[in-house]
Design a protein around this ligand. Structure first.
Ligand SMILES: Nc1ncnc2c1ncn2[C@@H]1O[C@H](COP(=O)(O)OP(=O)(O)O)[C@@H](O)[C@H]1O
Ligand SMILES: [Mg+2]
Length: 469
């Protein structure tokens, strides 16, 4: 037993940092309290209180199932956390509510027409919660015995063993085959765990540790969950619920694609008859109480990249009764609508704009920038002195938040090169001279533009470019 728990602890260590560090990996939610007020610093989120609160209100409505087919626009300058807030919403919604993220330009680069791409994105964002009754065995593990075959025989014979399970009323010994032993090992099941075994699939899930074992200090991690030893019979019928997206149902039922297309991601176009049949089937399931619709969220970033045809598709699609909540973001002001010669706020046609609830984001104060940079240092495992952080904040305020965030890992490398352990002011200065930000790059271009190819700026309007940037 002691050995088993030893293995467990080590494995846990190995899997902790599996997720890569991305631009938004420090965001774990919207950081709101129960009254939906934004906490100053929480779940990786800093400042931008009004926008976060507004996003929280939308989330609450989505959770209550009150809204579907609504649309929200997050508008604001670059680097004010628009994408971050959308990621926070996704995190806060949890795994059971579908959340699809696309960049508007993706619509044009897929090997299918743009309305099909949008339709797929819409249907990916709508979940169907399906209820099924299955037979399970549920009990507390009393003992797992795995026979060790003689050394030579191991390869051919396969392992066998016995599993003893109990409830408060009964105890039974089950014979184990190779497959079950493998899943028991994979789930790291040990005596004292309360588990369920799905009789049809053989899938094992660990519900937690039995309360009776709560004193076994050696096998406990911080996250150990304790549960009661089950009552009654070992075998039960249980209702299991799973959520699949409409798009997944489409793909599985589209004869030309088949189930494997889901894994290859190569779904191609799906016939509209298939979709109609599925919508009908789902409607039947809903009436029979076998399924429920879970409207999720479709997030389209950089939405000004959509063209007029896509916008009109969105207008129409939002009116369907199987529509998700649409969240779009843009940093554009009044600009041309793609595919037309007309200008419109945010590059979005007025008739769509009219349907949008608009959340606006505002630039950060230096305190907030500092806090975001501090969180990013933690996320990237970089130690930084207070002076260096203050300097980096200044850089962030004067150039851009993104530039400052990028400087973190670069200055950590410079610091490692001089065999330092903490990033200091000199490292930041060195990186600042190595990599220029947009302002300095533009200045450089203006001074030396005649030496570059394709220079378009005439000396006379050189001072105009500042405004364009
Ligand atoms: N309020 C915030 N709290 C924490 N991190 C933030 C916040 N706002 C922005 N960031 C981070 O700053 C960077 C730039 O923000 P981003 O959301 O990409 O800006 P936008 O989409 O508005 O251009 C990202 O790494 C983002 O995670
Ligand atoms: Mg963005």
């Amino acid at each position: 037993m002691a050995q088993a728990s030893g293995v467990k602890v080590q494995d846990v260590k190995d899997i902790t940092r599996i997720e890569r560090i991305g631009a938004h990996s420090h965001i774990r939610g919207l950081g709101l309290d129960d009254a939906l007020e934004a906490r100053l610093v929480s779940q990786g989120m800093v400042g931008q209180a009004n926008a976060r609160k507004a996003a929280g209100v939308i989330l609450q409505m989505i959770r209550d199932g009150k809204i579907a087919g609504r649309a929200v626009l997050i508008a604001g300058q670059p680097g004010t956390g628009k994408t971050a807030i959308a990621m926070g919403m996704a995190q806060a919604l949890g795994a059971d509510t579908p959340f699809t993220t696309i960049a508007a330009s993706e619509i044009f680069s897929l090997e299918m027409n743009k309305t099909e791409a949008l339709t797929q994105a819409f249907r990916r964002s709508i979940g169907v919660r399906i209820k099924e009754e299955t037979e399970i065995i549920e009990g507390e593990v009393v003992e797992i015995e795995i026979d060790r075959p003689a050394a030579g025989a191991a390869a051919t014979a396969g392992k066998t063993g016995k599993l003893t399970l109990k409830t408060t009323e009964m105890e039974t010994v089950y014979d184990l085959g190779q497959k079950m032993i493998d899943s028991l090992t994979k789930e790291k099941v040990q005596s004292g765990d309360v588990i369920t075994i799905d009789k049809a699939t053989g899938r094992i899930s660990v519900l937690g540790r039995s309360f009776a074992r709560s004193r076994d200090y050696d096998a406990m991690g911080a996250s150990t969950k304790f549960v009661q030893c089950p009552e009654g019979e070992l075998q039960k019928r249980k209702e299991v619920v799973h959520v699949v997206s409409l798009h997944e149902v489409d793909v599985i039922n589209s004869r030309t694609q088949g189930f494997l297309a889901l894994f290859s991601g190569d779904t191609g176009e799906i016939k509209s008859e298939v979709r109609e049949q599925i919508d009908q089937k789902v409607a039947e399931w809903r009436e029979e109480g076998k399924a429920e619709i879970v409207p999720g969220v479709l997030f389209i970033d950089e939405v000004h990249m959509l063209d007029i045809e896509c916008f009109s598709f969105l207008n129409r699609a939002l009116e369907s009764d199987l529509a998700p909540v649409l969240v779009v973001a843009t940093n554009r002001g009044i600009t041309r609508i793609r595919g037309t010669n007309y200008k419109s706020p945010h590059g979005i046609p007025i008739d769509l704009l009219d349907r949008l609830l608009i959340i606006s984001t505002t630039p950060y104060s230096d305190k907030e920038v500092k806090q975001i940079l501090r969180i990013r240092c933690e996320e990237e495992d970089v130690e930084m002195t207070d002076d260096a952080l203050a300097l980096l904040t200044k850089v962030g305020m004067e150039t851009s938040l993104r530039y400052a965030i990028h400087m973190i890992i670069a200055s950590a490398l410079v610091c490692a090169k001089r065999k330092g352990t903490q990033v200091d002011v000199e490292d930041i200065k060195r990186v600042y001279t190595l990599f220029v930000d947009v302002k300095r790059s533009t200045q450089f271009l203006q001074e030396y533009q005649s030496e570059f190819m394709f220079n378009e700026i005439q000396p006379a309007d050189a001072d105009m470019t500042d405004a364009q940037v």
